[in-house]
Design a protein around this ligand. Structure first.
Ligand code: HEM
Length: 505
């Protein structure tokens, strides 16, 4: 019979008397930097040892954090979750909604930064309209429109070497913002056009918002003492988004449905939450997928072969067309496995539990570090190889060599043959170990999982399908490094090169 170990024995950095462990992040020496939480997590993984857990205890104003580095333990905790999962995040947003602008939000605080009954009531009002597969399918025409405009914009902003500008990540924010606007508000915000003044204002605010979030949510909360510059920028941006949602809510879009069933105020608050979390997330996912494909010509060729075979000619894309693109879906899943947008999901324990053989008291904050698990050999053989094939189901797996034929003939190099053989081998090894359903959870799990998952998937599929159908995307620079901002985004400029494909080869 296994012995249950005491909470105090969970390995982790030793807290100092009075200062706890907060001083580590205040000093900010590696591996304790909020912008490098990926490094912090690998360090905790090493401390945890085989199959175990680690903890970071005694952080000011924060419950103790426990990190179970095990997919089975993750499954156990998620499955015992009650009907109102508690995810402790976004103190500054909570302050904005529940203190600063309490007059507006009142007892309808939305989904983000909210827990318990208020969250549960709000989620049940909006869930059906957002998560139903039909909601994402219905969005295809308007998202396709946005993707077409984004490709036009890419042509305009590329330099004479066909390279994207240094601030291409901001361009991806604009695409994501325009897409959420089209889906949620049923309107085009104009973020992909140079002329629209309203759009300029929105872009200025989105810039301000995403630059202030890391300081407010990840560093010492000085904003609680006085109105820091980042705090003012953040509040201005939120006020302006709130006004935007009030002003631009139309009778189309998914929020219009909510307005009919639950009133305009609920619809506006929902639209605001969707704007706040639906922009940097999809932009980061698009950036990482483009980067990993740009660096892997084998996978890019195979994707292009699928697109050439399955995309319709001479008519708009529809949701059935997207269903015929399993390799594209696998490319996105593989990118989110290697570079998840959110490194770990969190839950606050609502009752005592035993996790990885340790007693863990109620109130502890469990962080499921799926970034680590999805990059570990035991769950994903050759974890550092971008191999979308590992995600293909038996029915989706065509003969690797046949489907990558165009790539093979074009290159005629032994290296390429080796790459195909290597990918086939990794996919085979992955089939042997299987994919643990809790080892890669980029959208979270359970009642509180990402409400925009289906929408994000469709949005990404449409835009990436168009890009890789039209262009060969290449990367001429060194390895990208990433930071947590709090989404996991590349640090360096995303200067992809986009060459028109010569079709019919
Ligand atoms: C690739 C893109 C995205 C990723 C990786 C992502 C990931 C996540 C994750 C990990 C969570 C927390 C889930 C949990 O606690 O179990 C979440 C929550 C959420 N996401 Fe996403 N997300 C993405 C895109 C979007 C988009 C486009 C929208 C809306 C337009 C959206 C709206 C939300 C909302 C409203 C929540 C809070 C749900 C709640 O607490 O009830 N997300 N997302």
């Amino acid at each position: 019979m296994s012995v249950v170990r005491r909470f105090a024995t969970i390995p982790g950095p030793r807290p100092l008397p009075l200062l706890g462990n907060s001083w580590r992040f205040a000093i900010g020496q590696k591996p304790w930097q909020t912008r490098s939480l990926d490094v912090t997590l690998w360090n905790l993984r090493a401390l945890a040892g085989a199959g175990g857990a680690a903890k970071v205890a005694k952080l000011f104003g924060h419950p103790d954090l426990v990190f179970p580095f095990c997919a089975e333990e993750t499954a156990k905790v998620y499955r015992r979750e009650d009907s109102m999962p508690h995810r402790a995040v976004a103190p500054c947003l909570k302050h904005y909604k529940q203190e600063l602008r309490k007059d507006f939000f009142g007892d309808e605080p939305g989904l983000i930064g909210v827990h318990g009954m208020p969250w549960s009531k709000f989620r049940s009002k909006v869930s059906k309209a957002l998560v139903a597969p039909e909601a994402a399918k219905a969005a295809v025409p308007s998202l396709d429109d946005v993707a077409v405009d984004f490709l036009d914009r890419m042509e305009k902003i590329m330099d004479h070497n066909r390279e994207m500008p240094k601030d291409f990540l901001t361009e991806l924010y604009k695409w994501a913002l325009e897409s959420v606007g089209a889906w949620a508000l049923g309107t085009r915000l104009g973020c992909l056009s140079e002329k629209d003044n309203d759009a300029k204002e929105i872009i200025k605010n989105i810039h301000g918002f995403f630059h202030s979030v890391p300081e407010l949510e990840l560093s010492a909360p000085l904003w609680r003492i006085y109105s820091t510059k980042a705090y003012k920028t953040y509040v201005d941006a939120l006020d302006s988004f709130r006004n935007l949602c009030l002003k631009r809510l139309t009778d189309k879009g998914v929020c219009a449905k909510i307005a009919k069933s639950s009133g305009e105020k609920v619809a506006t608050i929902l639209a605001l939450d969707l704007l706040l979390v639906g922009v940097d997330t999809t932009a980061a996912a698009a950036a990482s997928t483009m980067y990993l494909l740009a660096k892997n010509s084998r996978a890019q060729c195979r994707l292009q072969a699928e697109l050439d075979n399955s995309l319709p000619v001479g008519r708009l894309l529809n949701s059935q067309d997207l269903e015929r693109l399993p390799y594209l879906r696998a490319c996105i899943k593989e990118a989110l496995r290697m570079k998840p947008v959110i490194l770990g999901n969190g839950r606050c324990l609502q009752s005592d539990a035993i996790i990885s053989g340790y007693e863990v008291p109620k109130g502890s904050h469990i962080v499921f570090p799926h970034y680590i698990m999805s990059n570990e050999e035991r769950y994903f053989p050759n974890p550092h190889d971008y191999t979308p094939e590992r995600w293909l189901r038996d029915t989706e797996r065509t003969d690797d060599h046949v489907s990558s034929k165009s790539c093979y003939i074009e290159n005629e190099s032994n290296d390429k043959i080796c790459e195909h053989a290597k990918a086939a081998l990794i996919a085979k090894r992955q089939r042997e170990v299987g994919i643990h359903p809790f080892a890669s959870l980029p959208f979270g799990f359970g009642r509180r999982m990402c409400i925009g998952k289906r929408f994000a998937e469709v949005e990404l599929q449409l835009m990436l399908a168009k890009i890789f159908h039209k262009y060969n995307v290449s990367w001429r620079y060194g390895e990208l490094t990433y930071s947590v901002t709090p989404t996991y985004v590349p640090n360096e400029p995303l200067q992809f090169t986009l060459d028109n494909r010569k079709k019919g080869k």
